[in-house]
Design a protein around this ligand. Structure first.
Ligand SMILES: Nc1ncnc2c1ncn2[C@@H]1O[C@H](COP(=O)(O)OP(=O)(O)OP(=O)(O)O)[C@@H](O)[C@H]1O
Ligand SMILES: [Mg+2]
Length: 363
């Protein structure tokens, strides 16, 4: 997948800007210029959400009623070698929902956007995959799988809705009302099995690929992942488990069993990465996750994703930086951000389009 042009209107510190991209791009500008905002905007076209703030309203340029982002893309097909051009556009106004269009067609649900714009965003905050809360790891996994498998996204949406209804009912029943949990149990058990099966498959892929990327970057140590779940791949067994925990559920007014309590742990050799690894090691592990994500998307969508790399690599030494750049999805279009080009070797810079930004404008 390639992005050829991005148009931003009243998005963050951009009043009205058009950026054109080549295969390899370096966005350069001082702190606060608006470099990360460009990557965030492309990622919003991929996921309909911001990975940086909760709620797209915060991305509306101060004092303006709304923003619009428009991207021109070319989707490739590795098998046929053909590419199809399309535009993705998202508009957000204060107090209104998102309006998303692919070409001229308005999507009826934001989830229909998933899987259209194929990209991977590397952010400094990715280290939360390692030392963040279980909910952050689940969210990360859910977004990656949903982009690759629309079916997963649907199962997850049904699951989340049913879980909310069941918990409400449990609270009412605890307060003395009568109620029947059976309908929700059946929905939860079925979706839980599907969610668990997919998470297991993707975590196996992540385990294999992160370990490989970590070593390919020149680091020793065996990186392994452990999926922590009580959920089963069998609907009937999940139903039994829900029924077994019903007494406890009624006592606390919430559902204890299911994939909403899942987590995964990351180990370097025998040590838990969150507790044992240095900052630099955690950074590299998070980069290995993103490289694995790029590989998953390339395989599942038959098209190498656009790779968006925000600052993250700069605290690494140059030899490692070069290794990583070579390891990340070799045929992908890449967009890096940096405050100055000094750290890039001339041979790397020579095939890069340099896009200079200052204060929300092309400089
Ligand atoms: N909703 C908004 N309206 C107007 N300006 C905004 C909005 N949100 C953020 N900004 C501005 O955008 C700028 C930050 O942009 P961005 O994070 O892209 O900078 P950057 O170039 O990545 O900087 P750094 O090198 O420090 O990471 C800040 O100056 C901030 O004030
Ligand atoms: Mg930034």
């Amino acid at each position: 997948m390639q992005i050829s042009r991005l148009w931003l209107l009243n998005f963050r510190n951009y009043e009205n800007a058009t950026l054109d991209f080549a295969d390899n791009n370096l966005i350069v500008g001082p702190n606060g210029a608006g470099k990360t905002n460009v990557l965030e905007a492309i990622d919003i076209l991929a996921t309909s959400r911001s990975k940086i703030v909760n709620g797209l309203n915060k991305c509306i340029r101060y004092g303006q009623p709304g923003f619009a982002i428009n991207g021109q893309f070319a989707a490739g097909d590795d098998k046929s070698g053909e590419s199809t051009a399309f535009t993705a556009a998202l508009r957000q106004e204060h107090g209104a929902g998102r309006v998303i269009k692919i070409n001229e067609e308005t999507l009826s649900r934001a989830s229909e956007l998933l899987g259209r714009v194929n990209s991977v965003l590397f952010l400094p905050s990715d280290m939360e995959i390692i030392h963040g809360q279980p909910v952050q790891r689940r969210k990360y996994l859910d977004i990656v799988i949903s982009q690759a498998e629309p079916e997963y996204c649907r199962a997850l949406q049904i699951y989340v809705r049913a879980l909310k209804q069941r918990n409400e009912l449990l609270k009412n029943m605890r307060a003395g009302q009568s109620g029947d949990l059976a309908v929700w149990d059946a929905q939860l058990a079925d979706c839980a099995a599907r969610i668990m099966t997919a998470r297991q498959e993707y975590l196996e892929f992540f385990a294999r690929e992160t370990a490989q990327f970590y070593n390919a970057m020149g680091f020793t140590g065996r990186l392994t992942l452990q999926y922590k779940t009580k959920t089963l791949s069998d609907k009937q067994k999940n139903l039994d488990a829900l029924q077994n925990s019903r007494a406890e559920d009624l006592r606390f007014g919430r559902t204890h069993f299911g994939p909403h309590t899942d987590d995964f742990e990351i180990y370097l050799d025998e040590n838990k990465a969150a507790e044992f690894c240095s900052q630099g090691q955690k950074r590299l592990i998070s980069i290995a996750f993103k490289c694995a994500e790029a590989k998953i998307k390339k395989q599942k969508l038959d098209d190498p994703p656009i790779v968006l790399i925000d600052d993250v690599l700069l605290e690494l030494d140059l030899i490692r930086l070069h290794k990583i750049i070579a390891a990340i999805a070799p045929r992908s279009q890449k967009i890096f951000t940096v405050t100055d080009t000094g750290r890039f070797a001339p041979e790397l810079l020579k095939d890069m389009r340099i896009i200079k930004i200052e204060n929300g404008k092309l400089a």
